[in-house]
Design a protein around this ligand. Structure first.
Ligand code: C5P
Length: 407
């Protein structure tokens, strides 16, 4: 994923056990395309060495206000200029206190005062320190000053306690940062998505399913969250981590997926049907495992599953509906036919050999305005492009509500 391409982030690291996780965060930010400059407090260097961050960032690491590697002698100004965001992870109770008081006694605290970029902090501390009235006061002051907090989370702590104060995981911090830097084009919108395959049981161990990985649907859910939407993701059986902040309902069969979708569809502004729903299910799954010793192959009848997308598109107050068409040939013809048959404004077409089950894809959008190819690449990047395109289309419908009246 390259969601942070062209972004420069200043990563501040304070002295706490969670400092080691900042190295993983740095690696993940680099993978997302960011340039990262690291500034550490003196105490952070007791937990992890500057060399680790230097190797991972490919840049010099700074710890000291009096660093003579900065020619003009003003590292706090020099380092905080030209960055898109300052992210302090991990942020200790002491660092929050110093920022709340506006102190400028080391390089990191001084540059957070001298900044002209947004400041994000991911606190990490013992739960009693986090709950202490002094920390609560400092957090209140910092929120009032426009500082944005990522976490902390509730959970097991290095000291053996359990409670709130644990730093968010690096992947969650990265997602929060990407979201914070993404324009909020879907703010106030409810987005409902389906993702993954469905599984239609034959007996307690066997069933009919397909090769869908769920990655495209999860990437779209994530991109919609980052664009400010409230997201409900109805997921078939996949092993992917839930997009941070999304409401995820896990289902197995097409009928379960349909029930979950129809519950949320009446209040959704946008429905993106990414799931590869099985067209047929076994009419009566048997409760005992079929035995090959019976000498006969299993005998079952297939019946058609409901078309979830077409049902949602036909609702009295249908959300803006987006479908997917995975074809093995004649993509343009089949995708257009599908769009018209399901009566939906937009369909995303791809050849199964380009995307099914993999991390990358090549898609073309088909709408009443014509066809629009998206450059091939990582599904996360394609998802962001797609959300941009959908936001453009939503702005053109019903004063941006996305809703259409089916009479
Ligand atoms: O009809 P077909 O499966 O080719 O259409 C694909 C599109 O329709 C996808 O967006 C898929 O999520 C949706 N679909 C559905 N319910 C089905 C079959 C497909 O929502 N039973």
């Amino acid at each position: 994923m390259m969601e942070l391409q062209d972004k420069t982030i200043l990563l501040g690291v304070c002295g706490g056990v969670a400092a080691y996780k900042a190295a993983i965060l740095l690696r993940d930010m680099r993978r997302a395309g960011a340039r990262v400059r690291v500034v550490m407090t003196e105490s952070a260097t007791r937990f992890i060495t500057p060399l680790t961050f230097q190797a991972l960032s490919g840049e010099a690491v700074y710890t000291c206000l009096w660093d003579d590697r900065i020619p003009n002698g003003m590292p706090h100004i020099e380092l905080s200029r030209g960055v898109d965001a300052i992210l302090v992870a991990s942020a200790t109770a002491d660092f929050l206190a110093r920022m709340a008081a506006g102190r400028a006694e080391d390089l990191l605290s001084t540059l957070t005062l001298a900044r002209n970029a947004p400041l994000f902090v991911a606190p990490a501390m013992n739960r009693q320190m986090w709950e202490h009235p002094a920390t609560r006061r400092n957090v209140g002051l910092l929120l009032g000053d426009g500082v944005c907090f990522f976490g902390p989370a509730f959970g097991e702590q290095a000291c053996g306690d359990e409670g709130e104060g644990r730093m968010l995981e690096p992947a969650e911090i990265l997602e929060s940062l990407i979201a914070a830097l993404t324009p909020k084009r879907l703010l106030g919108k409810k987005v409902l998505l389906t993702a993954g395959p469905t599984f239609e049981a034959i007996d307690p161990v066997r069933g009919i399913t397909n090769l869908s990985s769920g990655r495209m649907g999860y990437a779209l859910a994530r991109a919609a969250m980052q664009a400010g939407a409230e997201v409900s993701l109805i997921s078939g059986p996949v092993e992917l981590a839930a997009p941070y902040g999304a409401c995820v309902t896990r289902v197995t069969s097409a009928l379960e997926m349909r029930d979950a979708v129809l519950k949320d569809a009446p209040t959704a502004d946008l429905f993106i049907a990414v799931a590869a729903v099985a067209d047929y299910r076994v009419e009566k799954a048997v409760s005992q495992k079929h035995k090959k010793e019976s000498g006969k192959p299993p005998d079952f009848k297939l019946v058609a599953n409901p078309d979830i997308l077409a049902e949602v598109a036909a609702l009295a107050h249908a959300p803006f509906c987006v479908g997917f068409a995975a074809e093995s040939e004649n993509l343009e013809k089949f995708a257009e036919e599908k769009r018209k048959r399901k009566k939906i404004p937009l369909i995303v077409g791809n050849l199964v050999q380009d995307g099914l089950g993999g991390k990358t894809n090549r898609v073309t959008l088909f709408s009443e305005h014509g066809r629009y190819p998206i450059p091939p690449g990582d599904k996360n990047i394609i998802a962001r492009r797609l959300i941009e395109h959908i936001a453009d289309l939503l702005e053109k419908t019903d004063a941006g509500t996305g809703r259409r009246k089916n009479s």
